[in-house]
Design a protein around this ligand. Structure first.
Ligand code: DLL
Length: 435
């Protein structure tokens, strides 16, 4: 069965691919240098000019970019084309205030959707499939990305967005969905909900799922595959590089092929910035080779992983990345939302609490839970029980407004949260995702 969307590119010999990357890189560096004053300044500070970038081997000379640079330049500072050439924005989940905003020209949308189409076809998708997309639609890239990819493949696309599980199940059954796209935690929840309603795995028409946007284990893959009777494929991406589809699994399921004709990947030591050889564990860095509007060069993802160029039996030649094994910053992904502990801290301080708190993240019934333990300040401690309950509710509301997800807030007596003499351990993540 034909399982490639763009066979020539996906199976291009590695040397040819490298030549292609070099040509695109030279052009892209010039484009960014000429149109993004912020990056031009960074290059000048590093003493490098576009003339010195003659190919992939010169990549290391360029400065890195990080989320901080994007916050600095919010909202338009990284834009490399006139705003009138842009047709869309998307944005990162979870953060209020200065979110990361990604801009797209029509060309950028097309290449992004092509990447998603490659992922869908690698999972066995064809024009005869019914693709149920239950990633969120809107600013989040998950829904729009997979939706566009499914259109490119020519599949019948069900733009469900997330939530309303009852309706998801009804459409899945009535319209005989064959491919499910959502976060792995939502897939597990749908599996459980089907079982509760008396359905067996063979009762649905699903054959595959394309799951990503958050870390998930092999154990979780097996559970989802068993509960839905499907093969579950991983997909990776981030708003800054366009969204889902930067890399995806093929039928081998031994790492995700990075769409290298569009995204040049490096692994660096997160502490020193040194580029590490193939097979080393380190931070993943991407350079967008063709994007017009928001072309980030050497963007530090903070995701820790390993790359391999070993031959893959699927015939694809593009480098594979392991599942992300963690992050080099403190970002948590809770129910698909990116959460920085500092955001919770900001709310606590704004609401009149001291920064003595503990955040516990766990998983119950295949869904993430967020518990925030906060010390009452002494003057609040004399409050009545109903007063404390009201405070908990108010604080939970403020955190929900900041993050978009509901926490369970527990107010505790002053001086009961352990003090630290070194770096405070404020976050306990019990999900054991990388066992
Ligand atoms: O999560 C894009 C996406 C949507 C990917 C749908 C796959 C499917 P952001 O909200 O910007 O974008 O979050 C990006 O999520 O840096 C990783 O830490 C994490 N992440 C994304 N995919 C995976 C995955 C979307 N397959 C951040 N496994 C990234 C583990 C993932 N972590």
């Amino acid at each position: 069965m034909q399982r490639y969307y763009q066979k020539d590119i996906e199976t291009m010999p590695q040397e040819r691919l490298r030549e292609l990357q070099s040509q695109k890189l030279v052009k892209q560096v010039r484009h960014v240098y000429e149109h993004v004053p912020y990056y031009r300044d960074l290059m000048e500070k590093k003493g490098v000019t576009p003339d010195e970038i003659r190919g992939v081997d010169d990549l290391y000379k360029l400065p890195f970019l990080s989320k901080n640079d994007l916050r600095e330049t919010y909202p338009y500072g990284m834009l490399a084309v006139p705003l009138s050439d842009c047709v869309r924005i998307q944005s990162t989940s979870g953060t209020t205030g200065k979110r990361v905003i990604a801009y797209y020209t029509q060309h950028d949308i097309d290449l992004w959707e092509e990447c998603c189409a490659r992922a869908i076809m690698a999972a066995g998708g064809t024009r005869d499939d019914v693709v149920q997309v239950c990633y969120g639609y809107g600013l989040f890239t998950g829904g729009p990305g997979l939706n566009g990819g499914s259109h490119k493949v020519g599949s019948l696309t069900l733009p469900m967005s997330s939530g309303n599980t009852e309706r998801q199940i009804q459409f899945m059954m009535d319209l005989k969905a064959t491919i499910l796209c959502c976060t792995p935690s939502y897939a597990a929840y749908i599996g459980e909900s089907l079982k509760e309603r008396g359905y067996k795995p063979e009762d649905n028409c699903l054959k595959a799922g394309i799951f990503g946007a958050e870390p998930w284990t092999e154990e979780m893959r097996h559970d989802i595959e068993a509960s839905l009777g499907i093969k579950a494929y991983d997909i990776y991406g981030l708003t800054e590089t366009s969204g889902p589809g930067v890399s995806f699994e093929c039928e081998e399921q031994k790492g995700m092929h990075i769409n290298e004709d569009h995204f040049l990947a490096e692994i660096i030591d997160p502490d020193t910035g040194e580029v590490l050889p193939e097979g080393s564990r380190g931070e993943l860095v991407f350079t967008s080779l063709d994007k017009e509007a928001f072309p980030l060069l050497r963007y530090r993802t903070r995701d820790i992983c390993v790359l391999t160029r070993k031959k893959c039996s699927c015939g694809r030649t593009h480098v594979r990345m392991s599942k992300p094994m963690g992050r080099s910053d403190d970002m948590l992904i809770i129910r698909g939302v990116n959460v920085f502990p500092s955001q919770i801290e900001t709310v606590l301080l704004n609401e009149g609490y001291a920064p003595n708190y503990r955040i516990e993240v766990d998983r119950a019934n295949n869904s993430d839970t967020l518990d925030v333990y906060v010390e009452l300040v002494p003057e609040q401690f004399s409050d009545t029980v109903s007063g404390v309950t009201a405070r908990e509710k108010a604080l939970a509301g403020a955190i929900k407004t900041m993050l978009g997800i509901n926490p369970a807030v527990h107010l505790v007596a002053p001086k009961t949260i352990e003090r630290s003499e070194g770096k405070a351990v404020r976050v306990i993540d019990k999900r054991k995702l990388h066992d």
